[in-house]
Design a protein around this ligand. Structure first.
Ligand code: COI
Length: 354
């Protein structure tokens, strides 16, 4: 499909101080849009100036929450060139989210073409400073104006771009995480494995309470027994026992993270032992107290690798590591970001140079 391009007449000023980017507050000059109608499929792929949507107040996404999104990044190499990291994996995951949410599969090929064209137009927005990138947010929403609870017949897919620094203000310093034992995020048969907006909406109250207690995020336990570690919402969790990395197995209620998969692949290639299994929070606490568990860290596109220095569960506080990133997380961080920024050979062919 041909992608129409309409350029802005009023380009914005790009951020001057890249050390102050933060996460997800600044948006580039353009966005990619594409519509869907049942019976017709995806149509009218286009790049237009970034701006507000005109939306009917009865728009179904606003009422019944058919909204899914993705997160991936564009990186600037030392030679100034740009590259994406596994973008097809994100678009394929979006189609899997769509299937569970009664939404149409994405036209992944046109979406990727649209992304590449958008980056041709807004490539100068990819920041230069180490640790920064251009965060890419593909999103799909239901657009029928109808109050009946059923699948919408029309959808909008769009991609917006945001120059970002670290997701957590702590950067690579360990964060504190509150183990949530009241609310749950997802249950078997639900939508936990999708990147639907509702999963994040359901996490906001618990996140606020955790923040008031001084923690960066919550760690979700399983929705049935509240015994087993699931994920942190913005990242998957991993635990190091010396040279062994243990992480919750994919069970349908946690997000199958692209960064999770990349880290597990790299860890195996680097010679770490990797185990994906059901992981009881009580065992994590016991193992850490006995000195067997040496590191904890989260993985995610936004968070990259974020060391966890403290876990609080039912008022018991557990300190992990010595207040700095541990050697396992550091090695994996250096390898992953090395590939993403073009400093380390990409043996898995994950990088797409633009
Ligand atoms: C990401 O890592 O890309 C996410 O979507 C997590 C969060 C910013 C919602």
């Amino acid at each position: 499909m041909e992608i129409q391009v309409s350029l802005t007449q009023n380009p914005k000023q790009k951020p001057q101080d890249e050390s102050q980017l933060g996460f997800g507050r600044i948006f580039t000059d353009h966005m990619f849009l594409m519509n869907y109608r049942k019976g017709e499929g995806w149509y009218n792929p286009r790049i237009v100036p970034y701006g507000c949507f005109d939306m009917d107040p009865a728009c179904m996404v606003l009422h019944y929450g058919q909204a899914i999104f993705e997160g991936t990044k564009c990186y600037r190499r030392a030679d100034g060139g740009l590259q994406l990291f596994r973008p097809q994996a994100n678009l394929a995951r979006m189609s899997r989210s769509a299937a569970r949410m009664g939404m149409p599969a994405l036209d992944e090929e046109t979406a990727l073409e649209g992304l590449k064209k958008l980056l041709e137009v807004d490539g100068d927005w990819v920041p230069h400073q180490d640790g920064t990138s251009l965060y890419i947010r593909p999103t799909m929403i239901a657009t029928d104006a109808h109050l009946g609870v059923h699948a919408s017949n029309t959808y909008l897919f769009y991609i917006i771009l945001s120059p970002v620094g670290a997701y957590y203000k702590e950067g690579l310093k360990p964060v504190g995480i509150y183990v949530e034992d009241e609310y749950v995020r997802a249950v078997r048969g639900g939508v936990g494995f999708t990147k639907c907006a509702g999963n994040y909406a359901a996490s906001i109250l618990a996140g606020e309470v955790a923040e008031q207690k001084g923690y960066a995020q919550v760690l979700w336990l399983d929705g049935v027994e509240q015994k087993y570690v699931e994920e942190v919402g913005s990242m998957n969790m991993m635990f190091a026992y010396g040279n062994k990395i243990v992480t919750p197995m994919l069970n349908g209620s946690i997000l199958p993270g692209i960064t999770r998969d990349s880290i597990l692949t790299l860890a195996r290639q680097l010679g770490f032992e990797v185990e994906e299994k059901r992981l009881a929070i009580a065992d994590i606490f016991e193992d850490a107290k006995a000195g067997r568990l040496t590191e904890a860290f989260g993985t995610g596109t936004a968070a990259v690798i974020s060391p966890v220095g403290e876990l609080c569960w039912k008022d018991e506080k557990l300190t992990i590591g010595g207040g700095v990133i541990g050697p396992v997380a550091q090695k994996l961080y250096d390898t992953l970001t090395g590939i993403q920024y073009g400093r380390v050979a990409d043996e898995n062919k994950w990088v797409m140079k633009l």
